[in-house]
Design a protein around this ligand. Structure first.
Ligand SMILES: [Mg+2]
Ligand SMILES: [Zn+2]
Length: 200
């Protein structure tokens, strides 16, 4: 019997939790949650899942904003989430640019390895939710199950194709949370399957 994966969910941030922008999210004011995403995190928590974020933030490496600003954005997120009774365990972020050649920038899996170490968990079977191919690639490299959302860059990602085998597609984080916690009566499972998607 395969071991039951730990009750963790790993999320990308921009385009999954908050609205994305090609101009980067550079300030707390620009950090705006996607409708229902914070409620989704709270619902995951209630179902016993611990939620961790792994986010590329090359805006830091590009000098677009400071680490203190990133912290302020996350304070805004934590505060809004706390009002809903939700909680994010930690935000892991990569401050580097592609030119830095680091091990943490997705699609590299360094941040996920950090999560594994920090929490002392095996990531095999842990869902990773992203709107870009690189989120899913980073996850699959360490055994996570890939989930694409159509929010953020998700529709573009879906158009480009080449998703890892077994990728499941959901409208947004709310739909993913409903699917994972089984509150949807099973309807989303068929609707959201990547197989169905590619057959359309
Ligand atoms: Mg993203
Ligand atoms: Zn990095």
């Amino acid at each position: 019997m395969p071991q039951t994966p730990p009750k963790f969910v790993i999320l990308d941030r921009d385009g999954v939790v908050n609205l994305d922008s090609d101009q980067f999210i550079k300030s707390p004011d620009e950090w705006i949650p996607i409708d229902g995403s914070l409620e989704a995190i709270a619902a995951l928590n209630q179902a016993g899942y611990r939620v961790v974020i792994a986010s590329n933030q090359s805006g830091i490496g590009r000098g677009l904003f400071e680490m203190s600003t990133l912290n302020a954005m996350h304070e805004k997120m934590y505060t809004a989430l706390a009002r809903l009774g939700g909680r994010i365990e930690a935000v892991f972020f990569c401050p580097h640019t592609a030119a830095d050649g680091c091990d943490c920038r997705k699609p590299k899996s360094g941040m996920l390895e950090q999560i594994s170490e920090r929490f002392g968990i095996e990531l095999r079977g842990v869902p990773i939710v992203g709107d870009s191919l690189r989120d899913l690639e980073a996850g699959v490299a360490v055994g996570c199950t890939p989930h694409l959302v159509r929010s953020g860059k998700g529709l573009k990602t879906l158009d480009k194709g080449g998703l890892p085998p077994g990728t499941q597609v959901h409208d947004d984080l709310r739909a993913f949370a409903r699917w994972l916690t089984g509150n949807d009566g099973g309807n989303d499972v068929g609707k959201d399957s990547a197989t169905r998607e590619s057959a359309q």
